[in-house]
Design a protein around this ligand. Structure first.
Ligand code: DOR
Ligand code: ZN
Ligand code: ZN
Length: 435
């Protein structure tokens, strides 16, 4: 028995946004038919009639924190993948800043085994660049690759030594693996929790300067040029980083970049007070930086959108703006936020937004997912573009409720997510029209 998903609105099918019927069997998409060609024979198959709702390739998030092993009070692979599915994601790449750090093949395997047993979406682990992410000694890149790591990164901290980064890039290049960088020069940020800008001045706080990020971006671009590695910049947040990446791409250096929803819709001027739900690293920057990130995404300087989903417990976040850890959750607000702010307002097309969350990350990292086509894995999300709801962290499937978007009225909520043909999550109040 297979499954028919009937009457889905599909974007990018030869620019034809008309309704399509999609047939799934054994976890794969078998066929996609235009509804204009009539009704298929659905006898003996499961039928899910979505009646004009958007059917998108499942979203791909190449930057997330699942916290397992070691910080299960913040998130687990079970809770994190359910949260991802509720946000429409079917493939997520998890950062190695767990405890232990994902710096050995055993830990890579542990995460993959847990994900296979307890996860509801695909989980791709990164291995760390340095042992314990301490910046002192490289990990065993070939062994991490062999175990299934999809790239190397010390996300959470920047690699402070240029020589260490150069060695890492040279080795990754030999193995045809990407280096993914959290760009931050520690000497410029000590003791700072928010960006240099209006909010820091108003509250008399030390600020995180834009150069703390851009210095690493510039340094690493030169090292990527020297080594030829695929260098991917994490969570771009400053005008200067966008400029450097744009120039590097123009001269053919293999650099790619990502941006987070919060850096596209919030600036430091939106921070209401000393509330750690507005604290993340890199921090919310100035309106000028926000504009530069938007333009960077629009002109292709920035390739993809990621959430940097970073759950923390309520107790940890209650310590306040200065003492609380950096990070906000992202899975369950990303699409409605960007759809409402950029697509419903006519600034972007729907296909532009979907591309940055599906096929673009697949292309940047050489993944087989991110497109709906016969033969592809049946990874998809059904979205109600008209449904408007206020963000309520109590409904999040993530253990983390740390979001600055509480109460925001947003449109474009996923109603069902399927990974490998299996329902990974479904909104319980959603009914297919044939039910
Ligand atoms: O905000 C952040 N949270 N930035 C990081 O670099 C790390 C992450 C985390 O692990 O919480
Ligand atoms: Zn980071
Ligand atoms: Zn991160």
């Amino acid at each position: 028995m297979g499954t028919w998903i009937l009457n889905g609105k599909m974007i990018g099918m030869g620019d034809n946004q008309e309704r399509h019927h999609l047939f799934i069997e054994k976890g794969k998409i078998v066929s996609i038919l235009s509804a204009a060609d009539g009704n298929p024979n659905t006898e003996h198959h499961e039928v899910l009639n979505v009646e004009g709702k958007l059917v998108s390739p499942g979203f791909i998030d190449m930057h997330v924190h699942l916290r397992e092993p070691g910080f299960e009070h913040k998130e687990t692979i079970a809770s994190g993948t359910r949260s991802a599915a509720r946000g429409g994601y079917t493939t997520i790449a998890c950062m190695p800043n767990t405890r232990p750090v994902i710096d050995t093949p055993e830990t890579v395997k542990l995460v993959m085994d847990k994900a296979a047993a307890e996860g509801v979406v695909r989980v791709l682990p990164y291995g760390s660049i340095t042992k314990n992410e301490l910046g002192r000694e490289l990990t065993d890149f070939p062994a991490l690759k062999e175990a299934g790591a999809v790239g190397f990164t010390d996300d959470g901290v920047g690699v402070q030594s240029a020589q260490m980064m150069k060695d890492a890039m040279a080795w990754a290049k030999e193995l045809d693996m990407p280096v993914i960088a959290h760009c931050e020069d520690n000497s410029l940020v000590e003791g700072a929790a928010v960006t240099e800008g209006a909010f820091a001045r108003k509250h008399g706080l030390k600020g995180i300067p834009n150069e703390s990020e851009a210095i690493h971006v510039g340094r690493d671009i030169l090292l990527a040029e020297a080594t030829g590695v695929h260098y991917h910049v994490c969570h771009v947040s400053t005008e200067q980083s966008v400029r450097l990446i744009r120039q590097a791409k123009a001269i053919g250096i293999h650099v790619t970049a990502e941006v987070c929803p919060h850096h596209l819709v919030l600036s430091d001027e939106d921070i209401p007070g000393m509330d750690a739900n507005w604290k993340m690293n890199p921090p919310l920057r100035t309106p000028r930086d926000v504009q530069a990130c938007i333009e960077g995404l629009e002109d292709g300087t920035i390739d993809i959108i990621v959430t940097d989903h970073a759950p923390h417990s309520a107790e940890e976040k209650a310590k306040g703006m200065l003492a609380a850890p950096f990070g906000i959750v992202g899975f369950e607000t990303a699409f409605p936020l960007l759809y409402t702010k950029f697509v419903a307002t006519g600034i972007w097309t729907l296909s532009f937004l979907l591309e940055k969350m599906t096929s673009a990350p697949a292309d940047v990292f050489g993944l087989s997912w991110g497109r709906l086509a016969p033969g592809a894995d049946a990874d998809l999300t059904v979205i109600d573009l008209d449904e408007e709801q206020a963000v309520d962290p109590d409904t999040f499937l993530s253990k983390g409720k740390n979001t600055p978007f509480t109460g925001w009225k947003l449109k474009g909520w996923p109603v069902m997510t399927m990974a490998g043909g299996k329902v990974a999550w479904k909104n319980e109040s959603f009914r297919f029209t044939n039910e």
